[in-house]
Design a protein around this ligand. Structure first.
Ligand SMILES: [Zn+2]
Length: 377
């Protein structure tokens, strides 16, 4: 990863560049700050910059043999430590066991949260930790001679999750570092790290991403209109992870609204041929997406009913503008006499899909029942 690919954080990047160009690179550096601000991206770009064989004053080249191995996260002098979990009672977990998953995750985007990482490696209801067993692994890796670069670099993601045994070993390594070794600690909760480790690190506080930079990055990544990108950048408060979640949730909401409108229109018109096409499309979406669609539809039915029995637009409505636009025309079809049955059918479909029923049959049956209920006003 090059500095130019890091979203925002120009001041921090400048500081990191200067440390290298003036040859004042600390052997232990801590980048600390809130989730989603790009600390890990900065650490990766910095490590690549330090090791680049052909860097300019401002960035790594991205194409020399060192950079190309850094881009693939397979450089033999680049080491990672991160929270993992115990797959079985007998294994002593270390980061190396999860290196394939780690590379996939970081390649996709280095802006991710601990919970996203844990779910990526299949952890449910468990905490990720850097176990005591990692200590020996760290020592083994750093006692190796550097293979190809001047420096060996160890990036420790979330050192606050480190077992005390490992933290104490790490402290010794930081106090008497093997030659030409750089530790990059990337922390969200530096207060939880041993003060003795903290005091040995050069500390760089990385703030949340500037709103303009985040907005521009969202526009580019998702091809969003600038007003929408700006709104999301604002509500995610400089957290790129949160911003990406908001974009993806909104994508799904828009898709669900369009499916809901399609279903209601076609069911009302009793257009069985078009309903079959609708069923085909939704049946291909996957079980979890179907369940979320049915939940979304239930909420829309509720909002339309509230609109129907109220006068004007009451404050209790929770609709997005595009939902309200459809509801303005549609709410007269959802009344106290048919709403309970419609809600019942949606709930039943959700139950049957959760129980692994055939989605095509369940959804088509739902569509036919709605065709009857929507006219029973
Ligand atoms: Zn290079």
């Amino acid at each position: 990863m090059k500095f130019s690919e890091v979203t925002g954080q120009e001041k921090i990047i400048e500081r990191l560049r200067q440390a290298v160009t003036s040859q004042r690179v600390s052997h232990a550096l801590m980048l600390a700050g809130p989730e989603g601000n790009g600390k890990l991206a900065l650490a990766l770009a910095f490590a690549q910059f330090v090791s680049c064989e052909n860097r300019t004053d401002t960035d790594s080249c991205g194409i020399c043999p060192s950079c190309s191995k850094y881009e693939k996260l397979i450089h033999p002098d680049l080491h990672f430590v991160y929270p993992v979990f115990k797959k079985s009672k007998t294994t002593d977990p270390v980061s190396e066991h999860f290196i394939t998953e780690w590379r996939t995750m970081v390649h996709k985007t280095p802006w991710f949260s601990l919970s996203q990482w844990l779910s990526h490696i299949g952890v449910e209801n468990e905490q990720g930790l850097i176990y005591a067993s990692e200590a020996a692994e760290i020592i083994k890796k750093l006692n190796l001679k550097s293979y190809e670069s001047d420096y060996k670099i160890m990036i420790i993601w979330l050192p606050e999750k480190m077992h005390n045994v490992t933290a104490n070993k790490l402290l010794k390594m930081i106090e008497e570092p093997p030659e030409k070794t750089i530790f990059l600690l990337v922390s969200e909760e530096p207060d939880l790290i041993l003060p003795t480790i903290m005091s040995r690190c050069q500390f760089i506080r990385v703030p949340a991403i500037e709103r303009e930079a985040l907005s521009a990055a969202l526009s580019a990544k998702y091809d969003l209109p600038s007003l929408k990108a700006d709104t999301i950048a604002r509500s995610s408060r400089g957290n790129f992870v949160k911003a990406m979640n908001l974009v993806e949730q909104d994508d799904e909401r828009v898709k669900n609204l369009s499916r809901f409108i399609g279903l209601m229109r076609l069911a009302y018109m009793r257009d069985v041929v078009a309903l079959s096409d609708w069923v085909e499309e939704v049946a291909g979406a996957g079980r979890e997406a179907q369940k979320r669609f049915l939940n979304f539809s239930l909420l829309q039915i509720r909002e339309n009913l509230v609109m129907n029995i109220s006068t004007g637009m009451p404050d209790i409505l929770n609709m997005a503008p595009d939902e309200a636009e459809f509801a303005a025309k549609f709410n007269r079809f959802i009344t106290p006499s048919n709403a309970p049955d419609i809600a019942g059918e949606l709930t039943a479909a959700h139950y049957h899909i959760s129980s692994n029923g055939n989605a095509r049959i369940i959804l088509f049956d739902l569509a036919l029942k709605l065709a009857r209920l929507l006219r029973a006003v």
